[in-house]
Ligand binder design. Structure first.
Ligand SMILES: NC(=O)c1ccc[n+]([C@@H]2O[C@H](COP(=O)([O-])OP(=O)(O)OC[C@H]3O[C@@H](n4cnc5c(N)ncnc54)[C@H](OP(=O)(O)O)[C@@H]3O)[C@@H](O)[C@H]2O)c1
Length: 287
């Protein structure tokens, strides 16, 4: 067996992630669903956590639970990620903390025909799903590169393996996250900064349930997605969480002709949301 000093740096089983990257984790979009799972997973692995979202009471309740369960420090930042300057406010709130991990989980997910949504809503989707992570990745990535250590995880979705009718813009923003993470994975590896895109299929979150998709869908547990994502950081540029999702991702992205893949996902989404969009806050959907 290797002595601890010779453990492979990317091997989370041997080197604790907070030791490898730094003791604090920022989870953007942490108040429920997958974000809550990311926060618990980070704390389980020993990170102190900064929890960011709009609903302060939910964040404070989660922070108290996490602190008592895992014995880590917590900080709550109530911030709307759609607002310009959100990234800078989070950076200021984390000033003085040695942030070693950033998970960008928040998303706005518009469901329905593209033109049924006002342009302002699309711009909001772009702000939450692309502009805010861009700012956080730039600010924290810069600090991490300087320190020569850090990890960044961006949430993506199976819906971005091809054009996805009825969630066309959402899927495009998720492709943006995937491609950004993969590019930075290569660019920042020599500087000790690991970047990962975590691609999820359907996940059993409040937003997913609120969208009331067809009953035959079998969503994954958020905890399993966060565990697989965290375990993949530093090992590869992107991971599709779940075996079935890996298979369907491979088929859609690599095997099927583009037109066919788009047609299949279009048909599935039409069936899934046969009565039109149902999420009140713009729920997550379809992976
Ligand atoms: N669920 C799925 O089936 C699925 C599938 C594939 C990919 N994903 C991806 O997984 C991630 C999480 O999905 P989810 O289903 O857990 O979503 P969710 O239940 O809607 O949770 C989203 C989280 O982000 C926060 N958030 C949303 N908009 C925000 C804003 N403007 N400012 C600050 N925080 C904001 C929400 O908190 P507040 O409301 O308190 O602000 C919440 O904590 C997303 O990136 C999504 O694209 C989900």
């Amino acid at each position: 067996m290797r002595p601890p000093s010779m453990a492979r740096p990317g091997w989370a089983g041997k080197v604790k992630l907070p030791e490898k990257y730094g003791p604090w984790a920022v989870i953007a979009g942490a108040s429920q669903g997958l974000g809550e799972a990311w926060a618990r997973e980070a704390a389980r692995r020993g990170f102190h956590v900064v929890l960011v979202a709009r609903r302060g009471p939910l964040l404070r309740k989660l922070a108290a639970e996490i602190a008592s369960t895992y014995g880590v420090a917590t900080k709550v930042v109530v911030q709307d990620l759609e607002k310009p300057g959100a990234d800078e406010r989070i950076l200021s709130a984390a000033l003085g903390l040695d942030v070693g991990l950033v998970v960008y989980n928040a998303a706005k997910s518009l469901i329905g025909p593209f033109l049924d949504q006002p342009l302002a809503s699309h711009r909001g989707e772009l702000a939450v799903n692309c502009a805010a992570p861009l700012g956080l990745v730039w600010h924290f990535g810069r600090l991490m590169k300087k320190k020569g250590r850090g990890g960044i995880i961006l949430m993506s979705s199976l819906s971005c393996g091809q054009g996805s009718p009825l969630v066309a813009h959402y899927a495009a923003t998720k492709a943006w996250n995937l491609i950004l993470a993969e590019g930075l994975w290569h660019e920042w590896r020599p500087h000790g900064v690991d970047v990962l895109a975590c691609v999820a299929g359907t996940v059993d979150t409040p937003a997913y349930r609120q969208s009331r998709p067809a009953a035959d869908m079998k969503p994954m547990e958020p905890r399993r997605v966060a565990r697989e994502g965290m375990a993949s950081l530093g090992k590869r540029p992107s991971v599709i969480a779940g075996f079935g999702n890996k298979l369907s991702g491979f088929a859609m992205r690599r095997l099927l002709p583009r037109r066919l893949a788009i047609g299949i996902i279009g048909g599935a989404l039409k069936k899934m949301y046969a009565d039109g969009p149902r999420g009140k806050r713009g729920a997550s959907c379809c992976g």
